[in-house]
Design a protein around this ligand. Structure first.
Ligand SMILES: [Zn+2]
Length: 265
């Protein structure tokens, strides 16, 4: 049976810091599939999420920084789009506060607009602007929208994105109390989304919840370079109404989308 997939993207999450401030994510790391992955440099969010969400290398998607200049994303459909093209009964949902990921007016977007499917209510996109209004406010809206979608729609493939942790890393640093407090806030969002998934999941409606990040942070805050702290990412995958996935312990960031699509086979 095809699993429903909820991919939660937490921008700029340093896992070592997270394990001191995130009871839910820490528990999922133990109970679910877990592996570390190493992001290719430059470790900016544009190339990082483009790689994770389209299953493409930097060379293939052409996103080299957050300007998206020269991108080839029109030729690199995202996870949600590919799931739909594989099976046109697939319903999809994306919610994000970084416009480049979802807003057709911005750069990109990485998640294809697919306007016809939006008009047919099989693809829903919640696009917000955390860059302007702050991710503290916008992440909360994204979370509310995600909970509504999971409880009332149960989309087949979802991407829900939070950026408050990355924002805290830039404003303060990635080792202090502000960064950990931002992690704890997003961890609570993850917990309530998991609760909403658990309330639906069964052998007749299996779900796979996956958590990843696009890069880490230098201790003083900031990323883009090729240090281990900046390139560090991970994948956690927890099955509900189904076993955890049996994925290899080593794979590249561009291989996540193909692995997720295989769970829809
Ligand atoms: Zn950042």
């Amino acid at each position: 049976m095809k699993s429903k997939i909820l991919l939660i993207g937490i921008d700029g999450l340093n896992l070592a810091q997270a394990l001191e401030a995130s009871p839910t994510i820490t528990a999922l790391k133990s109970s679910g599939f877990f592996t570390t992955i190493t992001m290719p440099a430059p470790t900016f969010s544009g190339p990082g999420w483009s790689t994770l969400l389209t299953g493409s290398t930097h060379e293939e998607h052409g996103v080299s920084d957050n300007s998206f200049i020269g991108h080839k994303l029109h030729h690199r459909p995202d996870l949600l789009s590919r799931a739909f093209y594989n099976d046109q009964t697939t319903t999809t949902f994306a919610a994000a506060g970084w416009p480049a990921l979802v807003d057709p007016v911005g750069h990109g977007p990485v998640i294809h607009e697919r306007r016809e499917q939006q008009l047919a209510f099989v693809h829903r996109v919640i696009a917000r602007d955390g860059e302007t209004y702050g991710y503290d406010v916008i992440d909360a809206e994204v979370h509310e929208a995600a909970i509504y979608a999971i409880e009332n729609k149960g989309p087949d493939v979802s991407f829900v994105y939070f950026c408050g942790v990355d924002e805290a890393g830039h404003v303060y640093d990635s080792v202090g109390p502000q960064y950990k407090a931002a992690i704890t806030k997003i961890d609570a969002y993850v917990a309530s989304m998991i609760a909403a998934v658990k309330a639906r999941a069964s052998v007749n409606e299996p779900w796979l919840v996956v958590i990843t990040t696009d890069h880490g942070h230098r201790a003083e805050g900031g990323h883009g370079g090729d240090t281990p702290a900046e390139r560090a990412s991970f994948v956690i995958a927890q099955g509900y109404g189904r076993p955890n996935p049996t994925w290899p312990q080593e794979f590249g960031a561009h291989e996540l989308t193909p692995l997720l699509l295989a769970e829809r086979a």
